[in-house]
Write a protein that binds this ligand. Sequence first.
Ligand code: APR
Length: 235
Amino acid sequence: MDVLRRLFDESSYTVVFTGAGMSTEAGLPDFRSASTGLWNNIDPMELASTDAMYNNREAFIDFYRYRVESLRACTPHKGHEILAKWGREGKVKSIITQNVDGFHHLAGSESVAELHGTLRTCHCNDCRRRYPIDNFMELGTSCECCGFLRPSVVLFGEELPEDAFIQAEREAKKADLFVAIGSSLTVSPANLFPQIAKQAGAKLVIINIEKTGLDHLADLIITNEKIGSILQQLE
Ligand code: APR
């Protein structure tokens, strides 16, 4: 922990990158944990892809309504609050997240690039008009104009939102310390950003209780403790 503390102290531009492991201590399952990952029992292509949205629509709607209900039962944990505090103090310049739970915003973080969108809103699949997620949950799934209301998350088979991608790329290139927290780092193109940071000269720290796809690039790997405990020791 002393090495990580020193890396933070020596850094002038720290960027934090988070995955679903950042929210498990808030009560949300991640996707690939050996024991509890959501994709251990669900094929994401059947429920979280564009093909599912068009050809398996009822199951798609049920799946995302279930995920929104799960989200409503949870709140950001201490780790989210610490990252927000570090953002206010300038210790962390920005967050790049794969998570769609909105917990970084709810905890008070301001500079957050949501690579995979958000479950906090929905939008018309045709005209792109955005609505509160309640419209998807309670008011049916038709837009006032024409099309199908769907959650504003990036489905398998869709491109990442351009503004988030550009923001994440800019931040990764500016980082002198890039801390990847709670991600298996197996999903592209999100897992490009730790690599972009590393190529631009940043030190790469990976905090994850299981091996990740980019451990071979890390300057420091912390696997023996949970995220919440680690962040509280550094607070
Ligand atoms: N502390 C430390 N590590 C944790 C904790 C914790 N409390 N909880 C879970 N982890 C680790 C798991 O061991 C796992 O390796 O977090 C990692 C989460 O990895 P994934 O479940 O693959 O989640 P993520 O990397 O965010 O997935 C990327 O895949 O399905 C898509 O769109 C989805 O955004 C998601 C993307």
